[in-house]
Design a protein around this ligand. Structure first.
Ligand SMILES: Cc1cc2nc3c(=O)[nH]c(=O)nc-3n(C[C@H](O)[C@H](O)[C@H](O)COP(=O)(O)OP(=O)(O)OC[C@H]3O[C@@H](n4cnc5c(N)ncnc54)[C@H](O)[C@@H]3O)c2cc1C
Length: 384
């Protein structure tokens, strides 16, 4: 006789992907009778990250967007341009606002049980999934897993760069920042370590997030990040009087490693499910599109594994080519991005980085980049 599972859906990890999936599940009328369990080891009561992303119109999490910008600067040596981002806006969501919003919606729905424990094991067994925590063994019809393996089992030919960044929210004694215009990438900083840029998000006339970001193989000392931020603020913002209100540090793996999409009744989501864009590190929007597609399949009573067509997989090749160029230093990242931003409309770049362009748009964009290094990289990647 078939056993009845304790829950229909067990969500492993209540960070960006787990909570986004639950929010989408709660809006689906088809899933209103489903029993959902969230297992999260932490109390999400800190602003542990800030998500920035571009989006057209109002998004699913519009009510908690902290700031958004319609214009942004791009700077490199010899090239500076203020871009109009339309039809996109560049948006920022604070981690803490996101957690509080999702937990409030879950509480109000009364449809999600929450278990604050650490997941120890997840197994497929007899068509169900069995999740073991330190105190419980729970069965579900499906588990959606956003918990990263302790160590990623990289393969010999995988390209792995780290996107590492340190950000300060700084405050000035009087109005200083232009809140209309963000700075998406400023490459005028020293490039000795590899692809390096600064990102400035004005939050109010007296506050801004200034972030020092690198795409390199290894991390730097904390003093280095702090020194670079201090230097940039003095040299380029020409700001001497300010205080640091908050600090953020993060590492996002940029890799063409094929993360497992899951197996049987276990579906991987979030970074653990390969939703981080290898060549940019952007993840938030990819998570949203992925969980939306999962809920679409569940609505139709289908297995929730989202399959990509062979044609869609071309973006993985583009990512690998760009990673190859950056990893093997075939061209400085500053030059690649400067050419891309100076010769293309921002809407085409955003669409491309969202994996949403059509082939003819990709050809136009790729044509603005030096052909020889990209052709060589494309060939090398194909041969692997
Ligand atoms: C500081 C920082 C800033 C970022 N900024 C951006 C950005 O601006 N734009 C963007 O697109 N992407 C950004 N990213 C990348 C990406 O969007 C985030 O990492 C995002 O949080 C990934 O979502 P996730 O659900 O996969 O992982 P997480 O949000 O990390 O969620 C995983 C959850 O699993 C829980 N967990 C882990 N182990 C266990 C266990 N054994 N048992 C139970 N629970 C467990 C964790 O506590 C966590 O809550 C950023 C990443 C970082 C680190």
């Amino acid at each position: 006789m078939l056993q009845k599972p304790d829950y229909d859906y067990i969500i492993l990890g209540g960070g960006c992907a787990g909570l986004s999936l639950i929010m989408h599940m709660l809006t689906s009328s088809h899933l209103s009778n489903k029993r959902i369990l969230l297992i999260e080891k932490e109390v999400k009561d800190k602003n542990d990250r800030t998500w920035c992303f571009w989006e057209k119109g109002n998004g699913f999490f519009e009510s908690i967007v902290h700031r958004k910008w319609n214009h942004a600067w791009f700077h490199a040596d010899g090239y500076s341009s203020l871009k109009t981002l339309g039809p996109y806006a560049y948006k920022m969501i604070r981690g803490l606002d996101f957690y509080q919003h999702c937990y409030a919606v879950m509480r109000e729905s009364g449809r999600v049980d929450l278990l604050h424990e650490s997941v120890k094991k997840v197994n497929n067994a007899n068509g169900l999934v069995v999740v073991t925590t330190q105190n419980k063994v729970i069965q579900g019809k499906y588990a959606f897993n956003s918990i990263m393996a302790e160590q990623t089992a990289y393969k010999k030919d995988d390209l792995v760069l780290l996107q590492h960044f340190k950000g300060w929210i700084i405050e000035t004694p009087s109005a200083f920042f232009d809140t209309e215009n963000a700075t998406l990438m400023d490459f005028r900083v020293n490039q000795d370590e590899g692809t390096t840029f600064i990102y400035v998000m004005p939050l109010s006339p007296t506050q801004a997030l200034v972030e020092y970001t690198l795409f390199t193989s290894s991390l730097l000392s904390d003093e280095h990040y702090e020194w670079a931020l201090k230097n940039y603020i003095a040299e380029y913002l020409k700001l001497n009087e300010y205080s640091i209100k908050e600090k953020e540090f993060g590492i996002i793996p940029m890799t063409n490693h094929q993360f497992s999409v899951g197996e049987g009744a276990v579906i991987n989501i979030g970074t653990a499910g390969g939703q981080t864009k290898p060549s940019s590190g952007y993840t938030f929007r990819f998570i949203q599109k992925h969980v939306h597609a999962i809920v679409g399949l569940l609505d139709e009573g289908k297995h929730p594994l989202v399959k990509k067509s062979l044609f869609e997989k071309r973006f993985m090749w583009f990512d690998s080519v760009l990673l190859y160029i950056l990893y093997h230093k075939k061209m400085p990242g500053a030059r690649v991005f400067s050419l891309m931003f100076s010769k293309n409309k921002i809407s085409r770049i955003f669409k491309f980085l969202d994996n949403e362009t059509a082939l003819h748009e990709e050809l136009v964009l790729l044509n603005t980049l030096p052909q020889w290094p990209f052709m060589m990289a494309g060939f090398k990647v194909m041969m692997k």
